[in-house]
Design a protein around this ligand. Structure first.
Ligand code: AMP
Ligand code: MG
Length: 399
């Protein structure tokens, strides 16, 4: 029997085969969430465009600031309006976001002033430049605010909008075809007969794919026959950029995926040192990349997250392709076996440390373990884990 291949080695080899998609399109900011930026964006403006006030208060020349002195108020400048040049020896009433008038360089916040007979007295001396937000302090004209390969998120979309750009050139989202193999599968909403189960992988995969910003082409449930598998794979290749199946990828007589893919293209069965997981098929169908994920729901979830996800991210052109990792302190004992295990753990804060608690049943069919978990903790081949040991964990945020 050939030895199981380490997960990282498999991922690296698969990433080496990625052909980055080239198709781009222009999308309005509202339609660009989770898309991949296809080009750099430079700012044509300064943000803020002018020095402006960070507070409601009074603008003055710092050189004029003194205590026990009554200043006439010579102007009133709300946000969105430009004030007159400040008359020497006076202050201007100013509001947050309003441009600092010529002649002023400092804003005294309202709370540090008092009004006496329509005139303003300072109750505290300001520092020079206090409460003034400098022109270009957030973004300087000409600087790069979005780099090719960045993901358009709540954060980056706001930044793009802040420089006045209404649409962005993005990579056309990949179309990922998914199909669920198995005669035992029934769609939710229909009655299940003896020996049948509901198709859950379809929903897990579809949601993960859409969460990453890709489009799903759902080809439904595929019968466990060679003919049905061939037909649906051909249809998938005609409609999608990537093809993904769940189940039917082992070597039993009821597993037709490998055979069918071999007929239409090329396939390798990777025996990965991963638990849950292990069999994973990768190849192409009529030139389209193909992933055959294992059928057990936790295996589907984990292999998608660890192996397929970085591949799809790279193919789309994202620069950050690996799932995030962080560290946590184990509160359990564990001895790793011959495969790297991705343990479902819940994270707690205890005395300032992040503690990982392990779900009791780590079986590959136990989807409740995934739902309960905040993260997958890595237990490497042969690794002995004791309470207090540091673990590498992959947070499952947003999934
Ligand atoms: P297979 O790889 O086809 O032998 O499937 C392995 C296990 O996963 C079996 O217990 C299947 O019933 C189960 N399974 C396969 N596909 C799905 C699915 N779409 N939803 C839920 N369970 C599935
Ligand atoms: Mg099956």
């Amino acid at each position: 029997m050939s030895p199981l291949r380490p997960v990282d080695e498999v991922v690296e080899e698969l990433l080496g085969q990625v052909v980055v998609s080239k198709q781009t399109e222009s999308r309005s900011l509202d339609d660009a969430l989770n898309c991949c930026a296809a080009s750099d964006i430079h700012s044509s403006v300064n943000v803020p465009p002018d020095d402006n006030s960070a507070m409601d208060g009074y603008a003055l020349a710092f050189s004029d600031a003194m205590l026990d002195h009554a200043y006439p108020v010579s102007d009133r400048i709300p946000a969105g309006y430009v004030g007159r040049k400040l008359e020497p020896g006076t202050v201007a009433r100013i509001f947050t976001g309003a441009s600092i008038p010529e002649g002023a360089d400092t804003v005294v916040m309202q709370e540090n002033t008092k009004l006496v007979d329509q005139q303003v007295e300072l109750t505290q001396l300001p520092n020079k430049g206090e409460n003034v937000r400098r022109r270009g302090q957030d973004i300087e004209q000409g600087s790069i605010i979005l780099t090719r390969g960045d993901k358009l998120t709540a954060k980056t979309l706001g930044l793009v909008a802040s420089v006045g750009v209404p649409s962005v050139e993005v990579k056309k989202p990949l179309k990922v075809a998914i199909m669920s193999t198995g005669d035992e599968l029934v769609e939710p909403g229909k009655p299940v007969g003896p020996g049948q189960i509901y198709n859950s992988n379809r929903y897990t995969l579809s949601a993960m794919i859409r969460t990453l910003g890709f489009e799903v082409v759902d080809l439904g449930i595929v019968e466990d026959t060679r003919q049905a598998t061939l037909e649906v794979l051909e249809r998938a290749a005609g409609k999608a950029d990537v093809i993904m199946t769940s189940g039917g990828v082992s070597v039993g007589e009821e597993d037709h995926v490998k055979d069918a893919v071999e007929t239409l293209g090329r396939v390798d069965l990777w025996k990965m040192a991963i638990k849950p997981g292990k069999p994973l098929a990768y190849g192409n169908v009529a030139g389209k990349p193909f992933f055959g994920l294992p059928g057990n729901p936790v295996s589907t979830f984990v292999t998608f997250h660890v192996v397929a996800r970085p591949y799809l991210m790279a193919m789309q052109g994202f620069s950050r392709i690996q799932p995030e990792t962080t560290t946590a302190v184990s509160d359990f004992e564990f001895t790793g076996g011959t495969r790297r295990e991705y343990l479902r753990v819940r994270l707690h804060n205890r005395d300032g440390a992040t503690i990982a608690e392990r779900f009791s049943n780590q079986g590959s069919g136990i989807m409740t373990s995934v739902v309960w978990a905040d993260a997958l903790a890595i237990a490497d081949v042969g690794q002995t884990i004791s309470p207090g040991d540091a673990l590498t964990v992959l947070p499952l945020t947003g999934l």
